[in-house]
Design a protein around this ligand. Structure first.
Ligand code: FAD
Length: 433
């Protein structure tokens, strides 16, 4: 449908189901009545049992000005390629980059202004992520603090917690890690066994965590522990901010298939957490943990699609160099990847529209995570096929990407578990259990 010169489409569950205008209001579609309202300058159609989302892919003048500002800033301030010299050198480079972003007001742009952010709209966040990907800018060092820790403190923290924790996250002065997974509790997070016992105005934590990314750099850990073993498993959990700089916390690095030691095991023997570092209240850890995970998946989207599109361009170049650009099988695989990446980008725009309407990211973030991980793995596999022995060298970027991509279908929720979420919570299929 056309309105104010802008194209608006009507979507349901990923498919274009038609177009319409204000005359649609009150119409019955698929057994449900449509109601229209305006939000952020677009018309949203809502049915009682489903959300009908018009997707508007054009930018307003303000949004274009925002994009130009980001693009110009990145052009003048891009730090260049990451230096070689190992994990620590790379991390310090990313920390310096985040300081630079923060000084210019570009760290945590989605956070409200009162907490040091930029109060950016969801569309601006998406533009910002896309521009970073387009410029091939490095990631900021404190990515877990920016994407999960800060938003969780903003959503569930006390005033004192907001004052204490938010600014050092933005400036990368204090790095955060996420202590959720345990040796026997990964996908089934609620079964975790690390326990917290009340102790003299605080808590003593004992247990083991695993796969804890950046624990070796972190000052604070978002940690979920069991505070009540006698209630149903989801209800006995509490969310703590644990100081990593204490003798009772031992961090042991785990070396990945890439050769990097990005994540760790945590051995915790009676570590102290003050009462004031409980987030969301004792016994509410499950609810706070879910906010953390939804923010983790909501962070993926248009920028992930653009990152993949960059890599696909490089793959096409590789195919040309190897005289395989006309090979029908290679062409077919590249075309499939291109379609998948475009699907991811459009799906991200749809999720943005839904989040604008509902206020918080929903379970649809799981679809983007699934699409991104399978596309990235397929892309890296094709690069090895096209590049042959030469790209299998230890120092080759494609070999690194291929090896790193193996974790994509595990980290941030395995693909099997995400498919369950999509089936049950997005598509509304019956639950097995
Ligand atoms: C690179 C990387 C970084 C990570 N960083 C962190 C971090 O910083 N903090 C943190 O807490 N964790 C982190 N993790 C851990 C990650 O969240 C877990 O690995 C993941 O949730 C899976 O848990 P698990 O490894 O215990 O596997 P399990 O849960 O034991 O799963 C084993 C297998 O069973 C399947 N499975 C399990 N349950 C179901 C089900 N209900 N239906 C169908 N299939 C099922 C899984 O898909 C998988 O194939 C990281 C992992 C990786 C790879």
């Amino acid at each position: 449908m056309r309105r104010s010169g802008r194209t608006v489409m009507l979507h349901q569950q990923g498919a274009v189901v038609g177009s319409g205008d204000e005359g649609l209001e009150g119409a019955a579609v698929g057994g449900g009545e449509l109601e229209a309202f305006r939000d952020h300058g677009v018309t949203i159609f809502v049915r009682r049992d489903r959300v009908w989302l018009p997707m508007d892919l054009t930018l307003t003048a303000d949004e274009q000005a925002f994009r130009d500002e980001v693009r110009a800033w990145l052009k003048d301030n891009h730090p260049g390629p990451a230096p070689s010299g190992g994990d620590q050198v790379q991390f310090e480079f990313e920390r310096e980059w985040q300081r630079q972003l923060h000084a210019a007001g570009w760290a945590g742009i989605s956070w409200p202004r009162e907490y040091g952010g930029r109060g950016a709209t969801l569309i601006e966040q998406s533009i910002f992520g896309e521009e970073l990907a387009r410029a091939r800018a490095p990631r900021p060092a404190n990515v877990l603090g920016l994407v999960m820790g800060g938003p969780v403190v903003i959503a569930h923290g006390t005033t004192e917690q907001k004052e204490r924790f938010l600014e050092p996250i933005l400036s990368a002065e204090e790095i955060w890690c996420q202590g959720f997974s345990e040796p026997e509790s990964g996908s089934d997070l609620a079964s975790l066994r690390t326990k917290a016992v009340a102790d003299n105005g605080g808590w003593r934590i004992t247990g083991q965590k695993v796969w804890t990314t950046f624990a070796h750099e972190a000052k604070w850990c978002m940690l979920v522990a069991r505070t009540d073993p006698d209630v149903p498993k989801h209800k006995g959990l509490t969310y703590f901010l644990m100081d990593m700089e204490q003798d009772e916390v031992e961090v042991r690095p785990l070396r990945q298939i890439t050769g990097e030691a990005e994540f760790n095991e945590l051995f915790i023997e009676g570590a102290h957490v003050a009462d004031e570092n409980v987030v969301g209240g004792v016994g509410n850890g499950w609810m706070v943990a879910i906010t953390t995970l939804m923010n983790e998946r909501a962070g993926l989207g248009a920028s992930a699609a653009l990152g993949l599109a960059n890599a696909l361009d490089e793959l096409v170049e590789l195919a040309r160099e190897r005289d395989l650009a006309d090979d029908p099988i290679v062409r077919d695989k590249i075309a499939r990847l291109k379609i998948g990446i475009e699907g991811l980008r459009l799906g991200a725009m749809r999720s943005l529209t839904a989040t604008m309407k509902v206020g918080t990211p929903g379970p649809e973030g799981s679809i983007a995570k699934l699409q991104w991980s399978s596309a990235n793995q397929a892309l890296c596999e094709l690069a090895l096929e096209v590049g042959g022995m030469e790209v299998l060298r230890r120092d080759s970027l494609w070999a690194y990407r291929f090896l790193r991509s193996r974790a994509n279908s595990i980290e941030g929720g395995t693909s099997d578990v995400l498919r369950n979420i999509v089936a049950e919570r997005v598509l509304g299929l019956p639950k097995l259990r």
